[in-house]
Ligand binder design. Structure first.
Ligand code: GSH
Length: 241
């Protein structure tokens, strides 16, 4: 059976998890708890020297990178065409979004999340307003592009049906949302899209994927009391400087 090394606090892990579940792919969930530093273990190092989740192991074949993993899954399990359309231009649209999102919605949503959830724990101080405002402004621009360039007036990002970009987008948007920030405020189009995506995935599955993240205060508590905190600090300090 395929093994998936995941921690659902991670957005790319959630998209891989959601896809595997929705396609009913049998898999073994191998928890790599980032807050406990399990990705630094010798055992995980043998699986991936990148030391990031998600990782897929299918027999002796090991694959990193959520997008590559999802593309592998839809092809191996011959998922319905709408997930990753065979049509040249439809597939190009999927790839366009998947290429764009790394340095836009993902980068900006993550930054807002890290500032709101992690900065005070790591730096022992509130986030400077100037930094927070720049991060919020960047996120706003990405959300505007998601609506105006990608979603437009279609039900889903690539057309009438759900595809990989919708999954990848919703998990990134949920990251700042889990800190209590209502990024949907004043965005009826985005709300309607979110509700369609939720319906396609099933509310129960959607909530299952977000459960750990929605319990943000418990996550922060674990992080704050983690003996690995000192180990994480330099990486975050670099990010926050
Ligand atoms: N581009 C990668 C990103 C993977 C990634 O950044 N994973 C993070 C969690 S969201 C991680 O494992 N971080 C651990 C670390 O950097 O120490 C993908 O899409 O799979």
């Amino acid at each position: 059976m395929m093994e998936l090394y995941l921690d659902l606090v991670s957005q790319p892990c959630r998209s891989v998890f959601l896809l595997a579940k929705v396609l009913r792919i049998p898999f073994e969930f191998k928890l790599i708890q980032l807050s406990a530093g399990q990705h630094y273990s010798e055992e995980f190092g043998k699986i991936s020297i990148v030391r990031k989740v998600p990782v897929m192991k299918d027999g002796s074949f090991i694959l990193t990178e959520s997008i590559a993993i999802m593309q592998y899954m839809v092809q191996k399990y011959q998922a319905a065409d709408h997930w990753y359309p065979a049509d040249l231009q439809q597939r190009a649209r999927v790839n366009e979004y998947l290429s764009w999102q790394h340095t836009n919605l993902r980068a900006h949503g993550s930054k807002v999340f890290l500032y709101r959830a992690m900065y005070p724990i790591i730096m022992d101080a509130p986030v400077p307003a100037e930094k927070m405002n720049v991060a919020l402004e960047d996120l706003k621009k990405s959300l505007n592009l998601l609506e105006e360039k990608f979603l437009q007036n279609k039900p889903f990002i690539v057309g009438d049906k759900i595809s990989l970009p919708d999954l990848v987008a919703i998990v990134e948007i949920m990251q700042p949302v889990c800190t209590g920030l209502d990024v949907f405020e004043g965005r009826p189009k985005l709300i309607a899209w979110r509700d369609r995506v939720k319906k396609e995935l099933g509310e129960k599955l959607f909530d299952e994927a977000n459960e750990v993240m929605m319990n943000m205060s418990s996550l922060q508590h674990t992080m704050q009391n983690s003996k690995e905190l000192e180990m994480f600090k330099p990486m975050f300090q670099k990010l926050f400087s």
